[in-house]
Ligand binder design. Structure first.
Ligand code: TXA
Ligand code: MG
Length: 347
């Protein structure tokens, strides 16, 4: 067991500096980003990187994202910065975009799970940038949750998952985006989105001209390029099913059946209709608010001891919606009300 210290960040970012110093020397530090909380270690310290996998219970073949705070650091992480990467960096960094590039020899293969490519991103949360800057090294960080569970968007979630496993937890409040960064691969012929996230398809298209979703996102029977996308993810302890807006009239019958079986029911909704669920969480009137609250809501349902959750799918399209649907579909194992087949589309 590690003694975990919690640091509250308000206006004075210098409270982070002791955690940054320990991180540089091999410590594990959970920190806020604008997407979700990250579990960070010094990229160059193979023992610390090994501890990340151990703390999360993460499969060894799933590579980590390398977080940098400036261009100089980026240059040391990758072999070269192609023109398309440069355009994306100018448009979206610091921010919720991860770019896959050829890795430099400086980055140990333990971070990239043996791949010749590296995922790199510059987060925009001031506490994250300060942590990287003060530690003086790139930070390898997956999301700061136990593998398979909903990602963490508040310090309280990280405290629940990782106390005793990390040296510091930096509390920087609630994450703004609430879903992970978009992962885009620039090592192939054409730019491919491996994971939808905080930067939208439309925004990427505007900068790159041509961009496509990786085929496995449209059909989960294909093997995904991003090792992490093949694992069960984001799942609450409760059984979760999704419901399309046009199928809402089925909700009362489903809840009635579950209640007969003695199950405690939960509803994640986008409207005021509650369908007499035992626990109701309103996920707001826009997809952006839903995205921000999704993981927090799934975790709250578990805390309330809910056995069965119905979550309404968002009505809009575009923007953050493919990312939101992707996380919801994965968390629900592809199960949608009145769809006899498990969904194979994951956006
Ligand atoms: O928003 C985020 O990206 C957060 C915060 C903490 O920055 N991090 C995050 O990390 O979501 P993680 O480990 O949960 O997800 C990283 C994803 C995984 O799906 C992994 O397989 C993929 O990126 N990935 C990492 N390196 C890769 C590579 N070289 N090639 C393809 N996919 C890669
Ligand atoms: Mg994750």
């Amino acid at each position: 067991m590690t003694m975990t210290k919690i640091i509250q960040v308000k206006d004075d970012l210098s409270v982070i500096d002791e955690a940054a110093a320990l991180l540089a020397q091999g410590g594990l530090v959970a920190f806020p980003t604008e997407t979700v909380y990250g579990l960070g270690a010094n990229v160059l310290d193979e023992e610390a990187v090994r501890r990340i996998f151990q703390a999360k219970g993460r499969p060894q073949d799933n590579p980590l994202i390398v977080h940098v705070c400036n261009r100089e650091m980026l240059c040391r992480v990758v072999k070269e910065i192609p023109q398309k990467a440069d355009a994306l960096i100018r448009a979206f960094w610091p921010g919720p975009l991860t770019i896959i590039l050829e890795k430099s020899n400086w980055i140990p293969v333990s971070v990239t799970a043996g791949l010749a490519t590296v995922a790199v991103r510059m987060p925009s949360h001031p506490a994250a940038l300060r942590l990287i800057e003060k530690s003086g090294v790139p930070i390898a960080a997956p999301s700061a949750n136990i593998s398979g569970t909903p990602s963490t968007t508040r310090a309280a979630h990280v405290i629940a998952d990782l106390t005793g496993k990390v040296d510091y937890i930096i509390d920087g409040g609630m994450c703004q985006v609430g879903l992970e960064s978009t992962v885009i691969d620039l090592t192939g012929e054409e730019p491919q989105i491996l994971r939808p996230g905080g930067v939208s398809f439309e925004e990427l298209q505007e900068v790159l001209g041509k961009v496509a979703y990786e085929p496995a996102l449209q059909d989960s029977r294909q093997v995904p390029k991003s090792p992490g996308m093949k694992y069960r993810h984001y799942a609450p302890k409760a059984e979760l099913m999704l419901v399309e807006p046009k199928q809402r009239e089925s909700i009362p019958t489903i809840f009635a059946e579950k209640k007969t079986l003695g199950k405690k029911t939960g509803l994640l909704c986008c409207s005021d209709e509650t369908y007499q669920a035992d626990v109701v969480i309103n996920c707001g009137s826009s997809a952006a608010i839903y995205a921000q609250r999704l993981f927090d809501s799934l975790r709250r349902m578990d805390e309330e001891g809910v056995d069965f959750i119905l979550a309404e799918l968002p009505e809009d399209e575009g923007g953050i919606v493919p990312a939101l649907k992707n996380r919801m579909l994965k968390a629900a194992g592809g199960r949608i009300v009145n769809c006899t087949d498990i969904q194979t589309k994951h956006i």
